[in-house]
Design a protein around this ligand. Structure first.
Ligand code: CTP
Length: 430
């Protein structure tokens, strides 16, 4: 089968231009070049692809260096893995000389990977890698549908390489491992299997399903928090994380990670981007809004001490740990706040990450939380510290107290104009 036509129709003009220039360099250096993995799977499924992994039979760093010399940008070499990451910059885009450059229409970061074999010295550890052939590179992978390559250089352009039956499994809609030790070698693949099955509406092939066994679960339980957390991060980017979490619980893949996880709130509200009326939410550098919200909502109905225990086990970044902790604590205390005035809500919520407030709002639909996010948090008195100074007040803790009272009056509707605010200030100063 030749995928040349698909490449032309499912890649943007910009991505194709990029591929052409890399392919030309690969041909000049006599390095066989392939698109490999998930992007081949998606091409065959007729899905648009936005980024692609480029694998070279030989030294990927040599190809990256050569592309860098001609087209600029930045390259970071990861010598241990024989890979290089090329980040394109404005200069590169100019030299690319393609008609239009919509920022979302091409990958601006590209990985060049040397084809390699992998061996696992012990279950669950990261593999030992050795440069090798494209064939070995496909054999080291998770599932048949992810173990196909498309040749890019030379006369074989577009030719699919599928030694492990990926195409047949795509047709039969099956997720199948390549060998029986796959999940023991790398138990994160069990979570990946569920994720792919759900995303594409595929089944986990029966023999593969039987390999989701206690031996693999025991290795899963030993993995580092960061590795596990990353797999869940990916899961929150999928269409329906709730269904995925339920399926993981059904397959008994959550309990080995933490005995409480199967009991977490698995009915997550839809993880849509928030409307702009809520303003900007602050999220950890390494996570998206969707991921931070997903985690926070998943753990929200647990006691705070359990949330903290999970955060520790899974190596949460500080901001996520705080968001999850605060949301659980806010939800737990909510019933006792019902008769609060807007100022009481506001001063209380000001100390809580707004994403946690938003998560609790999504779960409870409590109007004061909505009011806080869309209005109250931005209500400030007109009078500032400068005005207090102009009134001859000595700077000190009193400033904060006066400004707080002026803000409370605005929030609670006791003051409705600048004039009334000034009158209140007179009273407070006296
Ligand atoms: N891979 C693997 N085992 C893993 C992780 C990745 O074999 N534990 C291989 C698979 O061949 C996968 C490729 O590395 O296709 C790239 O990994 P990743 O980017 O995570 O997968 P994609 O299939 O591209 O995922 P997605 O569509 O979710 O971006």
């Amino acid at each position: 089968m030749n995928l040349a036509d698909r490449l032309e129709s499912y890649l943007t003009a910009e991505s194709l231009a990029l591929i052409r220039l890399i392919k030309t360099e690969a041909e000049r250096l006599d390095l066989p070049l392939y698109i490999v993995g998930g992007s081949v799977r998606d091409l065959m499924l007729g899905r648009e692809i936005h980024d692609f992994d480029l694998t070279v039979e030989g030294d990927a760093a040599q190809l990256a260096e050569s592309v860098l010399r001609k087209y600029g940008g930045r390259v970071v070499f990861h010598t241990h893995f024989g890979t290089a990451t090329w980040t394109l910059d404005d200069n590169t885009f100019k030299r690319l000389n393609v008609p239009k450059l919509a920022p979302s229409s091409f990958p601006s970061i590209l990985d060049f990977i040397s084809a390699r074999s992998e061996t696992y010295s012990r279950p669950g550890v990261l593999p030992t890698v050795k440069r090798s052939t494209i064939d070995d590179d496909l054999r080291r992978r998770d599932f048949t549908v992810n173990a196909m390559a498309v040749r890019l250089d030379g006369v074989e352009y577009g030719q699919i390489y599928d030694p492990l039956g990926g195409q047949a499994d795509l047709e039969q809609r099956l997720i199948r491992v390549l060998h029986s030790r796959s999940f023991v070698d790398d138990p994160t693949r069990m979570l990946r299997a569920v994720r792919y099955a759900q995303r594409y509406g595929f089944e986990i092939e029966p023999e593969t399903l039987s390999l989701l066994n206690d031996e693999a679960r025991a290795v899963l339980a030993q993995l580092s928090g960061e590795r596990l957390r990353h797999e869940f991060d990916l899961l929150f980017e999928e269409q329906n994380p709730s269904a995925l979490l339920n399926r993981l619980a059904e397959l008994d893949l959550l309990r080995p990670i933490h005995p409480l996880l199967p009991l977490a709130n698995s009915q997550l509200p839809v993880l849509e981007p928030s409307s702009s009326e809520y303003g900007e939410f602050i999220v950890p550098d390494i996570l998206s809004f969707r991921q931070t919200l997903g985690w926070t909502l998943w753990l929200i109905s647990w006691p705070v001490s359990d949330v903290d225990a999970i955060a520790k086990r899974l190596g949460f970044p500080v901001l996520l740990a705080k968001s999850a902790h605060s949301a659980s604590s806010l939800l737990g205390g909510l019933p006792s706040f019902v008769n609060w005035k807007p100022s009481q809500w506001t001063f209380y919520l000001d100390d809580i990450p707004t994403l946690a407030v938003y998560a609790v709002y999504l779960v409870t639909k409590e109007q004061p939380l909505h009011q806080y996010l869309t209005k109250w948090q931005n209500v400030k008195p007109t009078i500032s510290g400068h005005d207090l100074k102009a009134r001859g007040l000595q700077p000190g803790p009193r400033y904060a107290e006066i400004l707080r009272q002026l803000r409370a009056a605005r929030l609670d509707g006791d003051v409705k104009s600048d004039q009334e605010e000034n009158l209140l200030l007179d009273k407070l100063i006296q």
